[in-house]
Design a protein around this ligand. Structure first.
Ligand SMILES: Nc1ncnc2c1ncn2[C@@H]1O[C@H](COP(=O)(O)OP(=O)(O)O)[C@@H](O)[C@H]1O
Ligand SMILES: [Mg+2]
Length: 232
């Protein structure tokens, strides 16, 4: 569960407040869309929830744990083992192969770079239809392939929480759909809690929970009711 309690965020001096007290509870395993106009605070909120940034006030609990109470090295380990992040631009290391990029999070913690982790990384690449590309340098892959590699990298430590900031924003509709399916599977099959920012109405409509931001506040939270869920 992610518990968001009165989260505010200000930048600069004099401070400009961009999040004005966000409150929400997100059940474990949910598939959550964050929507809202450009500048409404979506990325700022996602960065705070994923521990990449800190709230100015308020708190965020991830599975009952408060990341702000951890020491730097504890936070580093917590993030590495519990949190995956996918950006709009993939930020793969260009000199490494697809497989090496996927294994980067494990490489940072050498004890995780074992044969099981390698096998898991390969299984993700295979699942994302990238098995034959595993040993190719990442820059030789297409945009859609690179984003799939970035998602495999975010999943390789089997995180409970996966955050994706406009993961389909840079992709054509076919590749966008493939990426959405991968995120959905991470939630529905692996039980990960997945939060993704999107501008696409159809993609947002597939979430269990839609959080719509407006000027740094929650404008609307909508839950998908049983009757609007697709038939089995
Ligand atoms: N590091 C920063 N320094 C100053 N202002 C920022 C910073 N990050 C974001 N902002 C401002 O916060 C507001 C919300 O930004 P952001 O969260 O990126 O919105 P969104 O992702 O919804 O487009 C914007 O007005 C933006 O300019
Ligand atoms: Mg943004």
């Amino acid at each position: 569960m992610i518990e968001i309690r009165g989260v505010t965020k200000s930048f600069g001096q004099p401070p400009t407040t961009v999040l004005h007290g966000i409150d929400a509870v997100i059940p474990e395993g949910s598939f959550v869309a964050i929507t809202g106009r450009s500048g409404s605070g979506k990325s700022t909120l996602l960065y705070i929830l994923s521990t990449l940034d800190q709230a100015t006030s308020g708190s965020v609990l991830l599975g009952g744990r408060d990341p702000e109470k951890l020491t730097d090295s504890e936070l580093h380990d917590f993030r590495n083992q519990n949190i995956g992040f996918v950006f709009q631009f993939h930020f793969l290391l260009p000199e490494l192969t697809a497989l090496e990029n996927v294994l980067m999070p494990a490489r940072k913690h050498r004890q995780h770079l074992n044969s099981q982790r390698r096998a898991y990384a390969m299984s993700l690449l295979e699942r994302f239809d990238l098995k034959s590309k595993a040993d190719q340098i990442s820059t030789s892959l297409s945009g859609g392939e690179q984003q799939r590699v970035a998602i495999a990298r975010a999943l390789v430590m089997q995180p409970q929480y996966l955050f994706a900031d406009e993961p389909t924003g840079n992709l054509d509709s076919i590749n966008g759909e493939i990426v959405m399916r991968i995120l959905e599977e991470a939630s529905r099959e692996r039980g990960a809690t997945v939060l993704y920012v999107t501008h696409d109405r159809d993609f947002a409509g597939r979430a269990d929970l839609q959080i719509q931001l407006k000027d740094g506040r929650i404008d609307q939270i909508s839950r998908r009711s049983i009757d609007t869920a697709p038939a089995p």
